[in-house]
Design a protein around this ligand. Sequence first.
Ligand code: ADP
Ligand code: NI
Length: 222
Amino acid sequence: MPELTNAEIIVKTAAFVRDKLEGEGSGHDWWHIQRVWNMAKELAHQIDEPIQLFVIELAALLHDIADHKFHNGDITVGPRVASEWLRTLDVDENIISHISDIIMDLSFKGADVKTPMRTIEGKVVQDADRLDAIGAIGIARAFAYGGHKSRELYNPEVQPTMHSNFEDYKKDTGHTINHFYEKLFLLKDRMNTYPAKKIAEERHKFMELYVSRFLEEWDGKK
Ligand code: ADP
Ligand code: NI
C-alpha cells in the first residue's frame, strides 16, 4: 500500500471516529468530536509558537474513542484503541506515542487533582475539549450525561464535593447541578492557552447566570 498523506490519515480517522460515535447519547457523540476538532484547529492558529497540527487534529479526533467513563474507569483503553488504529495507517511511532499520552492525560480527574499537559499540542486539545464542557453546549451536555446515567437534575440535600483523587471523582453519582461546582465552574481558571481563556470567560458567565436562574426557579422566586 502506498504511504498515506497526513491529510488522508485525518480524513480516514474522522470517518473511523464518526462511525464509532455517531448517535452516542451522553454528549460524547460525533458532534462533540467535530466541535473539539474545529476548536483545536482554531486555537492552534491563534498560538504564536511552533505547533504540530497533525498531532493536534488526530488527538482531538481520537480523544473520546473509548472514554474511561464508559470502560469502568480504565484510562488505558482510549490510548490503546487510538494507537491500534493509527498503527493500521502506518503513522510514525513517535507521533502515536505523543497522541496516546495526550489522550491519557486529557481528562478532568477531580477538583483538587492536577492534570498538566506535557506539550503545547496536548494543552490545545485539552482546552478545546474543556471549552465544549462549558457554556450553552456544556449545560446541554451535562444534563444529557446526567440523564444517560439516571442522575437527578438537582437535589438540595446533597452538597458538592471537591474531590481530591480520581477514584472518588469517578465513583461520585451526585446530581447534575453539583457537577457545575465540582467541575464546570472550575474550568475557566484551568485553561492552558490565552485564546481559550478568553472564550472560557464568556461561557463561564453564561453558565453562572443559568445556574443562578435555575436555583431561583427551584425556590419559586422567578
Ligand atoms: P473529560 O474527559 O474531561 O471528562 P469529556 O469530553 O469526556 O471530558 O466530557 C465530559 C462531559 O461529560 C462533561 O462536560 C459533562 O457534560 C459530562 N459529565 C461528566 N461527568 C458528569 C457528571 N457527573 N454529571 C454531569 N455531566 C457529566
Ligand atoms: Ni471530549
